[in-house]
Design a protein around this ligand. Sequence first.
Ligand code: URA
Length: 292
Amino acid sequence: MGAPFIARGHMTAPLEPEILSDTIRYLEQQQARNVRYLPIQPDLLEGWQTAGASPAQAKPATAPFKPAPSSPLPSRAPMTPERRAAFEDLRARARACTKCPHLVSFRKQVVFGVGNPDAEIMFVGEAPGADEDLQGEPFVGKAGQLLTKMIQAMGLQRSDVYIGNVLKCRPNVDTASGNRKPTPEEMETCLPWLKEQIKLIQPRVLIAEGDTAVKGLVPGLKDGITRLRGKWLEFEGIPLMPTFHPAYLLRNQSLAIKRQCWEDLLAVMEKLQMAISDKQRNFFLSSISGRS
Ligand code: URA
């Protein structure tokens, strides 16, 4: 084999031994962390091609979903005691909110949010249901249990992320167990709480759980969640990934739909350069191909 080359544009130059050993060390570290895929600049790939390596060798064997977007992640300030205090102050103010009298008289409590106020990932749902209203915590009912499993499948715990809702009070309904969607007016009234929450948490990525959540965060979207999911949007400079609501996944047992939702979470993991094992990358795929 000839000497290794590094590509610059369409030109090649001998690779310095230190660069080569640093590169090998870096790749070995990634391998030890079980990282299987690395973000690569397109021009570097092109350069590899020029240097004689097949681009197929450089690409992942299976990449059934969109590549990691190139936009940089927003930078984050470290969590300071002041930011933490401001967050607690926000929680206290939101808990005492009386902006929607019809919801105030119906709610058992305000469901502010749960998790790490310094989280890199924030999930945003629609509104508390009966279980959440009772326990004062978002996503604790059946849909919430599925969301917890999804978070765990990403290699995380609920306490690693932050979970909130567009609406902080349970929408009023006639039956004890019933649910309804928040109205646009209710969402507009409640949005300032969520905006302040997001500003203080400074997540690097937001995940909107379902159609109502994404439209609460980005008003004016015309498409439904089936079209919106999997495509990066932005909320005040923060990358926002819309995906299916876990309640929809419970109603619709299709593995293909579950896989789509999982691909949205994989895209988030890629964006954050989280380690992704082959097993994670292939969740649902063998079951789907086994059935078709
Ligand atoms: N569904 C939501 O959107 N949020 C919750 O907190 C619970 C169920």
